[in-house]
Design a protein around this ligand. Structure first.
Ligand code: B12
Length: 453
């Protein structure tokens, strides 16, 4: 039986190269997408949330409508799931960044898509569905939500959150980093970035008071640790300073993705540290300025990176460096130079990426024009694959150097050089990431990618 008042919302996982589905027993954080959509669902619908990363979505369901979200590498599996639910007679809808940048491709697999932000389009789609059926194949709202007074999200229903495990853990504060929405988008227009494309380089902020309300909700769940669901929370310095000042008395710990802009203003950096920032994932991308120019990220200055990293570390904030290897001006030796740079600058963790052009970005269009796209099988779109032909080496060399760089990043010598002496502030955080390095080293030595893609 198909129930029109029941919705199954799925966050897709991805397929491993051997075809198995990537799964985990517990995870350190969660996206907010599912609970956010649930919060915007009109009353009268029953909503079931499944993160495919944790458990397989039900093969049979009485829900008439299935909504699927996917990021990056997950899109291939998401499309296959959409096809199979449609074969069961379900109405399938999809949304998110990949889908919004590639609407025609997505529409081959589902009945309708929500293009762009869905705060208004999602309820409209559901009302259409309830009152007889979808009226459009593409739902797109003509206005953006002002992001004030967002409905409260049911964080306990996050499928990846295992409350009982968190409560039992000695490492409770590190165990699960609750997702927190603060800002959306980024004003820059780096060519490879789907966020820039999706938000047309727009940037929006939630009122500081609303963010503090959500922080208190997390606190009431017994946690002091949050991860911003942001792309660049410091894009507006005045706002970021106000936010961090308001966060400090809450005595929470937080981590986030952000740009190196955070280290262009030491007052901002001090406030971030004092408000509980312990880890930042920063897209340095490359230590060659010519490469930064190539990807339209010339606003970042590679020659300033060392000093900026030192300033961040001195304040007790650890860094995850996001690095692209094999950009157009990189020769194989540049992989080694970059590795040495990360070691010398005592970077806690690094995530290496061979250049991966997401369709719908300017980077993809350029690679396509230059005839350098090597595969259009989206399951291949992970960071250890040569998806584009590099200019100064063969794809095979790029892949071999990629894995060698990971191996050497997690060598004992590298770990010792990166963690000794430890950062002067927040010694326990340094120790935590030292242990994390040893765990990733073990995975890497066992032949597994140190991080889940
Ligand atoms: C949290 C997060 C994660 C977590 C997810 C854990 C989990 N499974 O729950 C972790 C850290 C594991 C992760 C991993 C990855 N991530 Co991620 N992640 C995010 C992050 C920071 C927040 C997502 C979020 O909650 N946003 C808040 C919600 C409310 O916004 P939203 O998801 O965009 O949803 C809105 C709309 O898009 C729309 N919508 C979205 N989906 C759907 C579906 C339906 C049916 C409808 C109606 C609407 C709709 O409605 C919402 C309201 O407007 C985003 C960045 C960002 N700012 O969103 C990146 C982001 C989504 N991730 C991205 C990527 C690439 C990845 C990885 C592939 C990276 C990698 N290392 O390989 C992996 C994939 C994981 C895997 N296993 O395969 C990219 C996606 C790019 C793209 N073109 O698809 C993003 C945008 C980051 C970036 N800057 O590039 N990620």
């Amino acid at each position: 039986m198909n129930r029109r008042d029941k919705i199954l919302l799925i966050s897709s996982s991805h397929n491993n190269p051997d075809g198995s589905v990537a799964r985990c027993e517990r995870y350190w954080t969660s996206a907010l997408t599912l609970v956010y959509l649930k919060a915007f669902t009109p009353s009268g619908f029953q909503v079931e949330l499944v993160d495919d990363f944790m458990k397989p979505p039900p093969q049979s369901t009485d829900a008439a409508l299935v909504g699927i979200t996917a990021m990056g590498l997950q899109i291939g599996r998401a499309y296959r799931m959409a096809d199979s639910y449609r074969a069961l007679g379900k109405t399938v809808v999809m949304g998110g960044q990949w889908v919004s940048l590639n609407p025609d491709q997505a529409l081959q697999h589902c009945d309708a898509i929500v293009l762009g932000e869905s705060e208004y389009a999602w309820p409209e789609l559901l009302e259409d569905f309830r009152s007889g059926g979808l009226k459009k194949r593409v739902y797109r709202s003509d206005r953006l939500h002002d992001w004030k007074d967002l409905p409260r999200m049911d964080l306990e229903s996050l499928p990846l959150f295992r409350k009982e495990l968190m409560r039992e853990s000695l490492y409770r504060d590190y165990y699960f980093q609750f997702p927190l929405l603060v800002t959306r988008g980024c004003p820059f227009a780096c060519d490879y970035c789907s966020v820039a494309q999706y938000h047309s380089s727009g940037f929006r902020m939630r009122p500081v008071g609303d963010v503090i309300r959500d922080l208190k909700d997390v606190r009431s769940l017994g946690s002091r640790s949050v991860l911003f669901m942001d792309d660049n929370p410091v894009a507006n310095r005045t706002y970021a300073k106000e936010l961090f000042s308001a966060m400090a008395p809450q005595e929470m710990r937080w981590c986030s993705q952000c740009t190196i802009q955070i280290a262009q203003d030491y007052e901002l950096l001090d406030l971030a540290a004092d408000s509980g920032c312990f880890l930042l994932s920063i897209g340095f991308e490359t230590i060659r300025q010519s490469n930064l120019s190539e990807i339209n990220k010339n606003w970042a200055k590679a020659k300033e990176y060392s000093e900026m990293i030192r300033e961040i570390r001195e304040r007790g904030i650890q860094i995850v460096a996001l690095i692209m290897l094999g950009l157009d001006d990189d020769a194989p030796e540049d992989f080694d130079r970059t590795l040495e740079f990360l070691i010398q600058n005592k970077v806690a963790l690094a995530k290496f990426h061979l250049p991966l052009p997401y369709p719908g970005t300017r980077f993809f269009d350029r690679m396509d024009r230059e005839g350098r796209i090597l595969t259009r099988d989206w399951d291949d779109y992970h960071y250890g694959n040569a998806v584009i032909r590099p200019l100064k080496m063969s794809p095979e060399t790029a892949v071999a150097k990629y894995w060698a760089t990971y191996r050497d990043f997690f060598s004992m010598r590298s770990i010792v050089r990166r963690f000794l002496p430890p950062a002067p502030r927040n010694l326990h955080i340094s120790m935590h990431y030292l242990l994390a390095n040893l765990a990733f080293r073990k995975l890497q030595r066992a032949g597994t990618h140190p991080y889940l893609f």
